[in-house]
Ligand binder design. Structure first.
Ligand code: S3P
Length: 180
């Protein structure tokens, strides 16, 4: 029986905001995989990247993804932007019978607007030192990642939409898929 919703999307696509809103509306628990990793490792994501490198981070991300999926019930799980794009993570998510996956699809320009001022907090985009450089990086990165993101069972476009209407679309799509 499906009881978890897994939110997928690029950094800045609104996974956490939508996830928290949905959790309150549907009376579910909210779990952010990045927060979970930070708690388990006792370090901020930026420090994990700095101290151990990305390969170590991806290994831990996989381990904790599997753990979260296994242990969660009645939960909205917000993944990191890269989670579905490494190893067989997306297949693991799709195979999980307790979870339904939702891709929050956001345009390159909206992502750039949201991420530019807070890029220092995100190790993968911290190097972009102009809006143009960030736009170009996101465009390429999103192109590579789309193949994974678009395997999601539900895809919701988020540009220019309120969190409440994104959440409503997700709820309706889930009801349709589950024939409720
Ligand atoms: C990453 C996204 C981040 C975090 C890490 C790597 C990525 O999560 O997991 O910095 O590869 O896109 P958010 O999408 O929650 O910012």
């Amino acid at each position: 029986m499906v009881s978890n919703i897994v939110l997928i999307g690029y950094m800045g696509s609104g996974k956490s905001s939508v996830g928290k809103y949905l959790a309150t509306r549907l009376n579910k628990v909210f779990l952010d995989l990045d927060d979970y990793i930070e708690a388990k490792e006792g370090k901020k994501i930026t420090d994990i990247f700095k101290d151990h490198g990305e390969v170590y981070f991806r290994k831990k991300e996989k381990q904790f993804l599997v753990e979260c999926l296994k242990e969660s019930d009645n939960t909205i799980i917000s993944l990191g932007g890269g989670t579905p794009c490494f190893g067989d993570n997306m297949d693991v998510i799709l195979r999980d019978k307790k979870s339904i996956s939702v891709y929050l699809k956001t345009s390159i320009s909206t992502l750039t607007d949201r991420l530019y001022d807070e890029r220092a907090k995100r190790p993968l985009i911290a190097h972009a030192n102009s809006v143009e450089a960030l736009t170009e990086f996101i465009a390429k990165h999103l192109f590579e990642r789309n193949i994974f993101y678009t395997k999601s069972e539900i895809i919701v476009a988020t540009d220019n939409k309120e969190i409440s209407s994104i959440s409503e679309e997700i709820e309706n799509a889930i009801l349709r898929i589950l024939n409720l």
